[in-house]
Ligand binder design. Structure first.
Ligand code: C2E
Ligand code: CA
Ligand code: CA
Length: 551
């Protein structure tokens, strides 16, 4: 075997490999510097957009996904090859599965210089396995019940009105567990952990619902479940002959006392688990009373929102924005309000996330826009020179007909587009930058005369690129910063920097949440273009707005 010959043939070998494997090069910081076509096809990225993205952005934005990315990165940084199965997301956020081999390339004095990833798409295999599991109702690796069989078991218990405890259990920091860097070891841990569970929860139903996530259905209460942690301590798991201290977190929910449907049991147990993890993990416990209340309220909001829309329970209030150069109110921001006999006042911060989840955000957006357009047209006819700014959610733009429906509402209200402005948040901008359909609809709306403002500026992942690429003409500095400009010298400098930077990029810069005269003066001095906040005016219903006499 002529090894030297093989080395000479490497460029040809690479070419052949590239025909079968998605191939990606990363620089030493993890940023993508090259990908082949196979990768682009599967990941749905375009070359222009993918270059410069980091390896982390290719992994799902979940704890497990990010932990795994971190683990792979740690291995590569220490000069080791990593190989195993990986769940990834494409540009549209859809999951796909690959077998990945990640190879660090090191130069003698420079250390790590680049990384090459070879990936084989195995999504079909994984999906086939999932389908088989669905039929067999069994998790093939552990022999435990699958997620599907868990659901039907729970539904059967509920139908029989059998009381039970629903326990969600997850292994903490699974992917960063010490010494865990191969698929084999991960499998070994799961296998041993499953054995411990089977021994402890002998007569109970156990399901595996994620890589390191399990559910137990038991007749016993929380004292019994919690003692599983002591059992684990007494029966540690051995990997490569060393005992592994497994930390486990979990949440406990009772049927029928706490929740009465499968989705609610699951959601509540998951929330309780998150609470435990946030407090450092290593425990299994019930949901706190406060969270329980919050969750029930959320469920109620979800249920009542549809009727609220039909029965006109929603209202819009308007908050003035003062332009510094003229000293006049030139715009009002439309903010949604909901008062319900049972729920009391539901703030938009409670309402919008629920509406985004259940899809009613489209209807809410259309309702607010209709109100705003009607009012803007009326003011216009009365001779006032006022714009109305409407908040929008990225979910609304996911509707490919958003622009069309938007313009129809304006036409119906005979509202000139130049009177309406849309506020988008940074999270939105992040999405818009990646999804060409959102981007296109924004551009189309802009050509119709709609202006865009970037809301809550400074709180998210502000990227200079959005500000250049997206059709934004204004930025609104978040109230969080404004509220501490009088107490923190550092924040004050930060705000001054944001104003200067914004203006130098040609943006109209607004400060929101201005509550005091002192804040107002400071901002004015710094050269802000406009201000909004309780100091200038509260959000009020139309009837209570006093406009100056029109010309
Ligand atoms: P936002 O767009 O940042 O709106 C400003 C929020 O700050 C409003 O809260 C407003 O009432 C409040 N605010 C105004 N001035 C002051 C002040 O001086 N001090 C303080 N502390 N707060 C002030 P609101 O009305 O509760 O709305 C919360 C968020 O809900 C909004 O934040 C916006 O992101 C969202 N939202 C409201 N209405 C809609 C809507 O119709 N559609 C969508 N998609 N989102 C909406
Ligand atoms: Ca806003
Ligand atoms: Ca804001």
């Amino acid at each position: 075997m002529d090894y030297e010959k093989l080395t000479q043939d490497l460029p040809n070998i690479l070419k052949s490999l590239e025909q079968y494997y998605m191939t990606t090069y990363l620089d030493a910081s993890g940023a993508i510097t090259y990908t082949n076509n196979l990768f682009l096809q599967t990941s749905k990225w375009t070359p222009k957009r993918v270059l410069g993205k980091t390896i982390w952005q290719m992994f799902p934005d979940t704890t497990a996904g990010q932990d795994q990315a971190h683990l792979i990165w740690t291995e590569l940084s220490s000069g080791n090859v990593w190989s195993g199965m990986v769940e990834k997301v494409n540009r549209l956020g859809e999951q796909y599965f690959v077998n990945m081999t990640a190879i660090p390339i090191q130069h003698e004095d420079e250390g790590l210089v680049s990384i090459v990833l070879f990936e084989m798409d195995i999504t079909e295999d994984v999906q086939l396995r999932d389908r088989l599991e669905k039929i067999a109702y069994i998790d093939h690796e552990t022999g435990l019940m699958s997620r599907h069989s868990l659901e039907s078991t729970v539904n059967r218990l509920i139908a029989n009105n059998d009381h039970f405890t629903f326990v969600y259990i997850t292994i903490d920091h699974f992917y960063t567990l010490k010494d865990l860097h191969s698929d084999e070891e991960a499998k070994e841990i799961i296998k041993s952990f499953t054995n411990r569970m089977k021994r402890f929860f002998k007569d109970d139903s156990i399901a595996r619902i994620g890589i390191n996530e399990f559910v137990v259905l038991t007749q016993f209460g929380s004292w019994y479940v919690e003692s599983f942690l002591d059992f684990l301590k007494m029966h540690p798991i051995y990997i490569n002959n060393t005992a592994l201290e497994l930390s486990v977190s979990g949440g406990i929910v009772r049927f029928p006392e706490d929740q009465s449907t499968y989705p609610h049991l699951m959601k509540t147990a998951l929330t309780a688990t998150r609470e435990t993890i946030d407090e450092g993990g290593g425990r299994i416990r019930t949901l706190s009373t406060a969270s329980h209340k919050k969750l029930n309220r959320k469920a109620l909001i979800d249920r009542k929102l549809q009727t609220a829309l039909l029965e006109n329970e929603l209202q819009v209030v308007y908050q003035p924005q003062v332009d510094i150069s003229t000293g006049k109110v030139i715009l009002y921001e439309a903010l949604v309000r909901w008062n319900n006999s049972e729920l009391g006042t539901v703030s938009p911060d409670e309402l919008i996330p629920v509406a985004e989840e259940n899809g009613l955000i489209d209807k809410i957006g259309a309702f607010v826009l209709k109100e705003a357009a009607g009012l803007a047209a009326k003011w216009h006819a009365e001779g006032h020179n006022l714009k109305i700014s409407v908040n929008s959610s990225v979910r609304e733009f996911n509707n490919p007909n958003f622009k069309k429906e938007f313009m129809q509402i304006l036409n119906k209200a005979t509202c000139p587009p130049s009177l309406i402005q849309l506020e988008i948040t940074e999270k939105f901008a992040f999405k818009a930058e990646e999804e060409s359909s959102i981007f296109r609809q924004m551009n189309d709306l802009q050509s119709e005369g709609i202006e865009f403002a970037l809301d809550d500026f400074g709180t998210g992942y502000a990227s200079f690129r959005y500000m250049q690429d997206l059709p934004i003409s204004k930025i609104k500095i978040d109230k969080l910063f404004i509220q501490s400009i009088t107490t923190s010298e550092q924040t004050k400098k930060l705000v001054e920097g944001m104003i200067q930077f914004g203006k130098s990029m040609g943006f109209y810069v607004i400060a929101e949440g201005v509550e005091t005269k002192v804040q107002f003066r400071i901002l004015e001095e710094m050269g802000i273009d406009a201000v909004q906040g309780y100091y200038l005016g509260l959000p009020t219903s139309v009837q209570n707005i006093n406009l100056p006499l029109s010309k």
